[in-house]
Design a protein around this ligand. Structure first.
Ligand SMILES: NC(=O)c1ccc[n+]([C@@H]2O[C@H](COP(=O)([O-])OP(=O)(O)OC[C@H]3O[C@@H](n4cnc5c(N)ncnc54)[C@H](O)[C@@H]3O)[C@@H](O)[C@H]2O)c1
Length: 378
């Protein structure tokens, strides 16, 4: 055996000395509702601290940090002022959808790692621009899809990868709420850019696309409507400013001759638009929808197979998550990647296809016909 092979197991001086335990310097961009979940995790997560926070609303970031008991934080009126003034390791971007792209691009161009909330962006072009900045600066960009950390979601991928389903050829995904239109910044173009399609549709798409290895989307015939959000009968005073979608459906062709049948709803006259199903040549998987669709698994999954000539069904019990919770894992896995130079836990290269479908549904719905999905070079 050569010295080179033997020496690979010999600890080097660097390995013997414990790495200095410096805390990662984190900036928070956007101190609204979801930022609260980040703050609660940061209260217990070791190895990282908030050193800066920015919000467009005067005084909001200060109040936020005080509420969660963080001290020694510098405050800024927007993301740019913060990035210009601070030396940060990473930022959490918790702004509404419409400013995801500008905040992420600015952070990456300042040489800062980024954990960006979902959906990736509003348009495909914005996602492409963010990924170009990621590539140019060699920083980590991870997307905030915490259902990815759920043990049951991981199980869906394991089942597909085990080959139990054979060749997957058809998927029905999506879910929705009978009534569950959010308010605040979620319902206007100027802040949200997209409605249910982006807000919870991105989770439904990720649940199945991640399981089958994110094949490239090719064409989409999409539909969107807003019969509930824009109607005061169902949405009270918020109806006057509601100008995004509250329901969307689409038929999508994926590379590898896979069909994706997708529907999502913030409001409808139905309890659910159906469970998620994955059909393969050797088996089928039913994934129960949750009542308040949030991208997770709603109950025990069922695997349908033929065994020795008999049609059988196996129930897959729901798996427990770690006690810290999936949101904790979302931040911890991102910070691990930052610290160790690892891969983004939820990489942009995957979520680009998720965004391409959302963008395709919008374009197809507006055109009233099927459209091809063209993804520019990054
Ligand atoms: N992962 C999840 O479970 C989850 C849940 C809810 C929301 N979200 C996502 O989180 C994002 C924020 O949602 P929210 O409910 O917290 O919204 P929000 O409106 O409560 O908060 C957003 C904040 O960002 C600030 N902001 C916007 N642009 C800014 C900029 N350029 N610089 C500094 N501050 C800026 C706004 O002033 C606002 O305070 C959305 O994209 C949403 O889809 C994720």
């Amino acid at each position: 055996m050569s010295d080179a092979v033997l020496n690979q197991f010999t600890p080097t001086a660097d390995v013997e000395q414990a790495a200095p335990q410096t805390e990662l310097r984190i900036g928070l961009i956007g101190t609204g509702w979801i930022a609260e979940s980040y703050a609660m995790v940061m209260q217990t997560l070791p190895g990282a601290k908030f050193v800066a926070a920015a919000d467009l609303v005067p005084g909001k970031a200060e109040k936020f940090m005080k509420k969660f008991g963080f001290e020694g934080v510098n405050f800024y009126p927007d993301h740019k002022a913060m990035l210009d003034a601070e030396k940060l390791d990473a930022v959490y971007i918790c702004t509404y959808n419409a400013t995801h792209a500008e905040c992420a691009i600015e952070a990456l161009n300042h040489g800062v790692h980024v954990l960006l909330e979902k959906p990736f962006t509003v348009t495909l072009d914005e996602a492409v621009a963010v990924m170009r900045a990621e590539k140019a600066n060699g920083k980590i960009l991870s997307l905030g899809f915490q259902p990815r950390m759920d043990a049951n979601m991981k199980m869906i991928k394991k089942i597909v990868e085990s080959g139990e389903l054979g060749r997957v050829y058809y998927i029905q995904t999506g879910g929705g709420r009978r009534r569950g239109i959010p308010n605040s910044t979620f319902i206007e173009q100027k802040t949200a850019g997209i409605g249910a399609l982006g807000d919870i549709g991105c989770y439904s798409l990720d649940m199945v696309l991640n399981a089958i290895g994110y094949p490239k989307p090719l064409t989409v015939s999409g539909y969107k409507s807003a019969f509930f959000g824009a109607n005061p009968k169902y949405n009270g005073a918020d109806a006057a400013r509601f100008d995004v979608d509250d329901f969307a459906a689409a038929f999508i062709r994926l590379e590898g001759d896979v069909i994706l049948d997708f529907r999502i709803s913030w409001a409808m006259h139905m309890d659910t638009p159906g469970d998620t199903i994955i059909l393969g040549t050797e088996g089928g998987l039913r994934i129960p929808s949750t009542e308040c669709w949030n991208g997770t698994v709603g109950g025990p999954m069922v695997l349908y197979k033929d065994v020795a000539g008999q049609q059988v069904q196996h129930e897959i019990p729901l798996l427990e998550n770690k006690p810290e919770g999936i949101f904790y894992e979302k931040l911890a896995s991102f910070l691990d990647a930052v610290r160790n130079g690892g891969e983004a836990p939820v990489p942009s290269a995957q979520i680009l296809y998720n965004q391409a479908i959302i963008d395709g549904v919008m374009k197809s719905a507006e055109a009233g016909r099927e459209v091809e999905i063209a993804i520019p070079e990054i």
